[in-house]
Write a protein that binds this ligand. Structure first.
Ligand code: 523
Length: 135
């Protein structure tokens, strides 16, 4: 047993902006979240950096290559030992397609406010809106 507390495992989510819009993805699972919208992403694997995990998740889910940028918004504690963080993601190549989601949407500031976002991602609305309104 070690006295050093284990670091939280991270779930990463990507904020992709283009032409004054933000990419959102509609979840298909679990049933409680199906139909609700999120910034796409997933769990960081052991020995993987958050940046590499974001690139891998967005490649798997959207068929795009991204460069992971700066953090955006607050840490969201999902459960003991699991924290959700958003990062900017810059599209390097490919056009996003919904390989793992029901559908995708490119939203402007007004549309973002009307989307049924998953509760966790609502924590980032202030920063996302600020970015969209500045574009
Ligand atoms: N969230 C969340 N918002 C958000 C993401 C990418 C994830 O609230 N933008 C939550 C949903 C799950 C947990 O984070 O409770 C893991 O996300 P998930 O299921 O997208 O990640 P996976 O696919 O890596 O997880 P497993 O299928 O469990 O391996």
């Amino acid at each position: 047993m070690s006295d050093v507390p284990a670091r939280d495992r991270e779930v990463v989510a990507g904020a992709i902006f283009r032409g004054g819009r933000l990419l959102l993805a509609q979840r298909t699972s679990p049933p409680a979240l199906a139909g609700r919208w999120e910034l796409p992403g997933g769990k960081v694997e052991e020995f993987e950096t958050p940046q590499a995990a974001l690139a891998r998740e967005l490649r798997e889910e959207l068929a795009v290559e991204v460069r992971c940028g700066a953090r955006i918004g607050v840490d969201v504690q999902l459960s003991a030992g699991l924290v959700l963080r958003a990062y900017r993601a810059e599209l390097v190549s490919g056009e996003p397609v919904a390989l793992d989601h029901a559908q995708l949407a490119w939203v402007d500031a007004e549309e973002l406010l009307s989307m049924d976002l998953v509760d966790n991602d609502r924590a980032w609305i202030p920063e996302l809106l600020e970015e969209l309104r500045a574009l």
